[in-house]
Write a protein that binds this ligand. Structure first.
Ligand code: NAD
Length: 316
């Protein structure tokens, strides 16, 4: 599995990263034995980056990921783990007090002494000035205590990144995690990359399958996309099926093509999904992407190109 440098962190992350939100049962139930088998398969195939959050499944994802690491007995220096703070099943709380408590709770659930990255989770739901003035300084203290090696911010609207990165001291944010903006239907993250590079932050792109839109089984009931976007993605998946191709494969490959992205975080809940997604990456390295199929899918998705959905509160 190809490794890529994550910004200036010195971390070498696998090009395919393991998104652990499905381990919180957000896309359906996952027995613990299957979760362990999926994580074991990921490690065997060279995936070293795992992402979770206390929000996923109301802490279940973190707990299950911790159980997986324990059951497998994986050496700490062979994995890169990110979790988040500020978003919980109960709601948002980015106060210094809450995030400082949060990291201790996360470390207990994960069975770890430190995480590699601690992200502020979905910051567009609160005042970004609070993130700048209160949360990031609190995370710096957590970093100084050695509980997190690096600091990140996540969220859907792309303008949150410029707002925050233009206002924090240089070097205080190491990475950003964007989602649903580097896929066949929406690749708007690409326009932000020169800016992010100028700020020296590493770029993680999540949800190459657009949180299930670009899969045969389709999105979960909670998916926030419009009916128009859901229908177009369904048509795209059907088109692939008719041609005997897998939409997940080409969707993964599309995200992986961009080498400015250090890692493509895909949510996985079975060893088979891990195998398929790693195979997609390996095939891309040896054969390149199926350009004809990509053109056909881009045509099908053209009417909904870059269509996204509202997330968070309006910032003044
Ligand atoms: P995704 O686009 O990765 O899609 C996940 C869905 O696709 C799941 O239902 C999964 O079971 C399915 N899937 C995966 N591989 C498949 C395959 N080969 N065949 C068929 N189905 C397959 O969406 P995601 O899980 O939301 O995003 C990936 C990860 O990125 C998350 O788990 C999370 O760790 C992270 N993420 C973070 C944020 C944030 O911080 N705000 C937002 C979204 C995602």
């Amino acid at each position: 599995m190809e490794k890529r440098e994550l910004g200036k962190t010195g971390l070498q992350v696998s090009a395919v990263g393991f998104g652990a939100s499905p381990l919180g049962h957000v896309f359906g139930d996952v027995p613990l034995s299957v979760a362990i088998a999926a994580v074991r398969k990921a490690l065997d195939l060279g995936i070293n980056f795992f992402d979770t959050s206390p929000y996923y499944g109301g802490t279940v994802s973190e707990t299950v990921l911790g159980q997986c690491f324990k059951a497998i007995g994986v050496p700490r220096d062979q994995i890169i783990v990110s979790t988040k703070c500020g978003r919980y099943r109960e709601g948002f709380d980015f106060s210094a007090e809450r995030v400082t408590r949060s990291i201790d709770e996360s470390l207990t659930r994960l069975g770890l002494d430190y995480v590699d990255i601690l992200h502020c989770h979905d910051i567009e739901f609160v005042s970004l000035d609070q993130i700048v003035n209160e949360t990031i300084p609190a995370l710096q203290k957590i970093k100084e205590k050695g509980k997190a090696r690096f600091i990140g911010i996540t969220g859907l609207p792309l303008n949150i990144y410029t707002y925050v990165l233009d206002r924090v001291p240089p070097g205080s944010i190491d990475v950003i995690l964007s989602y649903c903006h580097l896929g066949i239907n929406d690749s708007t993250l690409v326009d932000l990359i020169p800016y992010l590079k100028s700020k020296g932050v590493g770029v993680i792109s999540a949800s190459p399958l657009a949180m299930g839109l670009l899969t045969d089984s389709g999105p979960p009931a909670w998916h926030p996309a419009s009916d128009e976007l859901k229908s177009a993605c369904k048509l795209a998946a059907e088109h692939c099926r008719k041609k005997g191709k897998q939409i997940t494969k080409i969707a993964m490959q599309y995200s992986l093509l961009n080498k400015d992205i250090s890692t493509v975080l895909v949510g996985m809940n079975s060893p088979t999904q891990v195998e398929e997604n790693v195979a997609a990456a390996l095939e891309l390295s040896s054969n390149g992407i199926d350009k004809d199929l990509l053109n056909e899918l881009e045509n099908i998705l053209e009417p909904v190109k870059s269509q996204t959905w509202p997330s968070g509160i309006q910032q003044s």
